[in-house]
Design a protein around this ligand. Sequence first.
Ligand SMILES: NC(=O)c1ccc[n+]([C@@H]2O[C@H](COP(=O)([O-])OP(=O)(O)OC[C@H]3O[C@@H](n4cnc5c(N)ncnc54)[C@H](O)[C@@H]3O)[C@@H](O)[C@H]2O)c1
Length: 371
Amino acid sequence: MNGVTGRMGYRQHLVRSILAIREQGGLTLSDGSVIWPEPVLVGRNAAKLEQLAHQHGLTQYTTDLDKALEENEIYFDAQVTTARVDALKKAIHRGRHVYTEKPTAESLADALALARAAEARGIKHGVVADKLYLPGLRKLKRLVDSGFFGRILDVRIDFGYWVFEGDWQPAQRPSWNYRAEDGGGIILDMFPHWRYVLDHVIAPVRSVFAHASTHIPQRWDEQNNPYAATADDAVYGVFELEGGIVAQVNSSWTTRVDRTELVTFQVNGTEGSAVAGLRGCRVQHRATTPKPVWNPDLPVSHDFRSQWTELPDNDVYDNGFKTQWEEFLTCVVTGAEYPHNLFAGARGVQLAELGLRSAREGRRLAVEDLA
Ligand SMILES: NC(=O)c1ccc[n+]([C@@H]2O[C@H](COP(=O)([O-])OP(=O)(O)OC[C@H]3O[C@@H](n4cnc5c(N)ncnc54)[C@H](O)[C@@H]3O)[C@@H](O)[C@H]2O)c1
């Protein structure tokens, strides 16, 4: 597991996924056999790795990636994005199964080369698609599958919150995210998520228009030094999906939250609408839709939020990162196809690359099928 000293690698992948699987006694397959993950922590700083290992009762850690690849079956990558391609290439070349954070690369060419190499080598390959496992999105998918919406008209994704500049309050995200030269930028960070979310939950993405901004040009890093923020920190996107569905997708690190969640997904259809967040999902059916009348002379008479019905859970939702790890490990052991693979990862990078180009050129671009 490379990059476990980082935010995602430590919290979601090591602690909430791999260690949690061990705490539950491993992962039991349908034939009764048990998968027991034995993590080897890989990184650049031996002291940090030793401390992490010690803290969690683990014994294996190393700064020698080649040696780790020689001795282990699966390579996992949660490093900074710029370090990913080289490490994945090495792992694939050695014939190790690979599982990785997104984006898989900074360019479509690199992302596709990784996917093709993995396929040619006959290994299992997987890419994190955590948002699909959020309870809110699973409820939304359930609604789509049930036909609740009738004909879907449009989708509005509103993602974001204020990320502090780092001067008088430390920033809550690593500074590389705000430097284009270090793999930063909200398009490269978020468009890979929106690609698999829209493709899987609503309909395939067919075109993209993106307006990107760097609203905050100077930020302060982890050492409190000022730096030039060269990457986009907000992007205002319009995607066309198959069937004429329009998705408006705002992603911003420079907005203040007036929503029930840090991300909301509103879907409007002829028969009803829904608003999903990370956990919840509320609906309003055509038959229960109130009739507001536009009249600026009168105070608002509707309590709009109360006109929606919260969906029941009807299920137990485990941590999404852990659930996806369990699926990937099962595929490695049983040999089954893994759907969220490096080709799916490449589709995410494709949307990011087109988004950046659209923003530069100021025009709408078609999203070609990668098949
Ligand atoms: N799935 C998600 O929701 C999600 C959310 C946030 C980030 N991510 C992805 O996870 C990856 C890591 O993001 P993070 O927020 O955990 O970052 P982070 O800065 O907290 O961690 C980065 C890790 O990479 C290591 N690293 C290796 N080479 C490095 C180098 N040259 N410079 C700096 N660090 C280096 C660091 O030691 C650290 O372990 C990114 O690719 C990011 O896109 C995914």
